[in-house]
Design a protein around this ligand. Structure first.
Ligand code: PLP
Length: 456
């Protein structure tokens, strides 16, 4: 077996890690952490240290680690048929079955699923489909996509543009010109502290209306949003937000892309975030929870209204010129089928609802009065703690102090993994749905200790 120091050296010399401070890693200031195994809500590293993974990887291992049912389904598929493509009407039992299972779990007006590999490529597909749709309808000017500041939709060219976080634009020449950003529905960060939630929603709507008026509704094709802002800070929308946004979109004939990469398949305690907030999407993006990350797979679910236009369009334009080699990969599809079955059989969404509510309440009980905790928020199995210098005036810490990262570091030292969200001093939690109350208690107790260590 390779020695740890040998692996660490190879790692530094050969491996270009995503979302990593490259210079610090190269200098050895950031240690590599090599993960060797996992079970339930716990991962284990090569030093034999166990951690309670309260972020489920990257909020994706929803059913928990070590599920033999999924591993066996993957192995069986690999033995029988590791690969065949999905072009020109080809499929496998797994990919066809999974399409049906996905549509059975989606709002009734959704019609077909196009498979990809991850959330980014699914959102790239979505933008292309929206453009294709408007060209078929003879509206070549209607192409711009509105996203929100703090939205996260991926790291590709279009999707990195849709992502409303500075880090994903800086020095990459993004965002592209076809992408516009509007306000994040982030009530805690409102400018006017006296504003009610209702007034804040009205302000978000007014600012969207202004943007549409400025650009011209006939130039705007779609609006993309996560039901709950994820990477941008785990921010559930204020009451009534989606109902009001939906009205604006309907009025201007702007399509809605619901990015359900995090919220899809149970994260909010409902099957889809769109159901939870009464959204009426024309496209839904799914990924992470589709396979619980046992294999890479994503999907773009299109509505019947869009599908009809796309279908009719091919009679005039020929084969749709959009395909990935690995679209509907049989191994991913087999993992998806086994994963969605498990979600049902083990009542994991119900557990998520109950234990998620318990986790959020326990976090509020433990830290709600802390002078440097400005906000504790969540929905389903999502929870975030936002740190502030001054609670009454809602004055934030200077970003250079890296308070969120320091608390996440102290927490990791105690054996619990939360995530320092990339923009703001926000500690995020998104555990697997199988989290127990005892594990939730451990997350809360160790978070309170870590906060105490860094902030007193
Ligand atoms: N959309 C959302 C809401 C996400 O959270 C993510 C990833 O975190 C993506 C899209 C991009 O997915 P991927 O990293 O699989 O490309």
């Amino acid at each position: 077996m390779l020695r740890n120091d040998q692996l660490a050296e190879w790692d530094r010399e050969n491996f270009f890690h995503p979302s990593t401070h490259l210079a610090q890693f190269a200098r050895g200031e950031q240690q590599s952490r090599i993960i060797t195994g996992a079970q339930g809500c716990h991962i284990e590293d090569r030093n034999g240290k166990k951690h309670l993974d309260a972020f489920a990887g990257l909020y994706c291992v929803n059913v928990g680690y070590g599920r033999t049912e999924i591993a066996e389904a993957i192995a069986k598929q690999a033995h029988e048929l590791a690969y065949y493509h999905a072009y020109v009407g080809h499929g496998t039992e797994a990919s066809i079955t999974l399409s049906k299972m996905i549509l059975d779990r989606s709002p009734a007006h959704m019609s077909k699923v196009y498979f990809g590999l991850g959330g980014s490529d699914a959102n790239e597909t979505n933008v292309k489909l929206v453009w294709y749709y408007n060209n078929i309808l003879g509206r070549p000017e209607k192409k711009k996509i509105i996203s929100r500041w703090r939205g996260y939709h991926g790291s590709g060219l279009v999707t990195g543009s849709l992502t409303g976080l500075e880090l994903f634009h800086k020095k990459f020449d993004l965002p592209l010109a076809q992408v516009l950003h509007t306000d994040a529905p982030y009530y805690f960060r409102r400018d006017d502290l006296d504003q009610s939630e209702e007034q804040f929603v009205a302000q978000c709507v007014a600012s969207l209306e202004e943007l549409i008026a400025r650009e011209g509704a006939d130039t705007i094709a779609a609006f993309i949003g996560e039901p709950v802002l994820g990477t941008g800070g785990i921010v559930p929308p204020p009451a009534g937000y989606w109902t009001e946004i939906q009205k604006v979109l309907d009025k201007h004939d702007i399509l809605l892309i619901a990015d359900e990469v995090v919220t899809g398949f149970g994260r909010l305690g409902s099957m889809m975030g769109s159901d939870y907030y009464g959204m009426k999407p024309d496209i839904m993006t799914i990924a992470k929870g589709l396979t619980s990350a046992y294999a890479p797979l994503s999907g773009s679910i299109v509505s019947e209204r869009m599908w009809k236009v796309l279908e009719d369009g091919t009679d005039e334009n020929g084969v749709i010129g959009h395909g990935w080699t690995y679209s509907a990969h049989p191994i991913g599809a087999a993992a998806g089928v086994a994963n969605l079955k498990l979600l049902d059989e083990l009542n994991l969404i119900e557990n998520n609802r109950e234990t998620g509510a318990y986790l959020n309440k326990a976090m509020r009980d433990a830290l709600g009065d802390h002078p440097h905790v400005g906000d504790i928020r969540g929905e389903g199995m999502l929870c975030a703690v936002e740190f502030v210098r001054d609670r009454d005036g809602r004055i934030l810490f200077d970003a250079s102090e890296k308070i969120g990262a320091q608390v996440a570091g102290a927490l990791a030292d105690s054996g619990v993994i939360g995530r320092a969200m990339p923009q703001g001093d926000i500690l995020g939690f998104a555990p697997p749905f199988c989290l127990t109350r005892e594990e939730a208690d451990e997350v809360v107790a160790k978070t309170a200790d870590a906060v105490g260590k860094i902030l007193g």
